[in-house]
Design a protein around this ligand. Structure first.
Ligand SMILES: *Cc1c(COP(=O)(O)O)cnc(C)c1O
Length: 391
């Protein structure tokens, strides 16, 4: 599709390949395999002499449509979709690294990502060092001769810390390391890491790409060289954590409303963040769209707005945080985020409950912290719901 088109247009138009029926809306292809016209074609397809679908673990037209559309939105050459965000991270590591290799990651990354890096990859001889996200000097110092990958989330979960992607990509480039950015919190509607110098973008499509809390999904976007020749797609089609056609269809349609959802939810989030910052029962608000955020200038350069996640510390620690969460009637108490329905979480005892106290402190997650994923409800109703417990 035309690379000159705007994101809004690509979100509804990119990736469409109509079948012989000429359907207008994107079709859902629920098929595990594909029929060949003759034995010669079967042989050619299996041996890659002819391109085309063979088996849905390798390719499926609905999954391909989602991949092509997301690649267009992120400004990447290629995309591979996966069963979940975690399988996107796993496939990236399995595709590009081998025993003896080393990863540098930021302290403040998704809890399951820490588990995957430390407890699982560690067993296969891939080691990880953790550094403070925004400390570029620490990234430089952490590089060893066997370092192959930098892994970051920006903004980070749940402390909303940022890293200057362009500056970190310089560090990565001079060390010949692949820079992987988990773009879950911003999505391409607000931030495009590849244009800033990242090599790969990871998504949990479970979050904003679906956006309505229906399916699990993930994706990796980047150059054809890294994805197709570098081993990631090869791992995926061989090991099988591929995205299902149904989930791809849901996420494909989700992309059509991504930008208007992100903008509306971010607007609600900013209004809540400004209000929380003035509330006497709130000790601190972490939101990159507020001038009080220590990296506000970077946020304005790197993202189009602050996003739809607001984290805050309440006075009174865990018991007060739990009291506020339990007093909500509209907002859902759930660990998920990125939904049109607002959700509320106590990171220290849920998403980051299984990491060590030391790691939690390094990630800046205290007992009074609450993470709010702001949805499409009215700001008035959301405020009223928080006032139930906040006072
Ligand atoms: C949820 C999440 C993941 C994992 O995605 P799943 O789809 O749950 O496997 C990875 N990174 C971030 C930042 C997330 O929020």
């Amino acid at each position: 599709m035309n690379e000159e088109l705007d994101l809004e247009t690509l979100a509804v138009r990119a990736g469409i390949q109509r079948s012989a029926f000429n359907e207008h809306s994107e079709a859902l292809f629920l098929t595990s395999s594909y029929v060949f016209v003759n034995a010669q074609q079967a042989a050619d397809r299996f041996c890659n002499r002819e391109s085309g679908n063979v088996y849905s673990r390798f390719t499926n037209p609905t999954v391909t449509a989602f991949q092509d559309r997301l690649a267009a939105l992120e400004g990447g050459e290629a995309c591979v979709a996966t069963a979940s965000g975690m399988s996107a991270i796993l496939s990236t590591i399995m595709g590009l690294l081998k025993a003896g290799d080393h990863i540098v990651a930021s302290h403040s990354i998704f809890g399951s990502t820490v588990q995957l890096l430390v407890n699982i990859m560690g067993r296969f001889g891939v080691t990880t060092s953790f550094v403070p996200l925004s400390d570029l000097e620490a990234w430089k110092q952490a590089v060893r001769p066997n370092t192959r990958m930098f892994f970051v989330e920006t903004p980070s979960n749940p402390t909303m810390e940022l890293v200057d992607i362009a500056a970190l990509s310089q560090v990565a480039r001079s060390a010949s390391v692949t820079l992987v950015v988990d773009n879950c919190f911003c999505t391409p509607a607000l931030q495009r890491p590849l244009a800033l110098g990242a090599d790969l973008v990871i998504h949990s499509a479970t979050k904003y790409l679906d956006g309505q809390g229906r399916v699990l999904g993930g994706a990796i976007v980047g150059s054809k060289q890294l994805l197709m020749d570098g081993g990631i797609y090869q791992f995926l089609r061989t090991a099988g954590p591929t995205m299902s056609a149904f989930n791809a269809w849901v996420c494909l349609k989700g992309l059509e409303t991504l930008k208007i959802r992100m903008e509306a939810q971010s607007k609600n989030a900013l209004a809540l963040a400004e209000w929380l910052e003035r509330h006497p029962a709130v000790a601190r608000v972490y939101y990159p769209g507020l001038p009080s955020h220590p990296q506000y200038d970077l946020a304005r350069r790197q993202q189009t707005c602050g996003g739809a996640i607001v984290t805050f510390d309440v006075v009174g620690g865990q018991s007060q945080a739990w009291h506020i969460i339990d007093a909500t009637r509209v907002i859902s108490i759930t660990g998920n985020l990125g939904d049109t329905k607002s959700t509320i979480t106590h990171p220290a005892t849920t998403t980051h409950g299984r990491i060590s106290e030391e790691a939690r402190q390094a990630a800046g997650i205290g007992p009074g912290m609450i993470r709010l994923s702001v949805g499409l409800e009215s700001v008035r109703d959301l405020k009223a719901d928080l006032i139930n417990g906040l006072g």
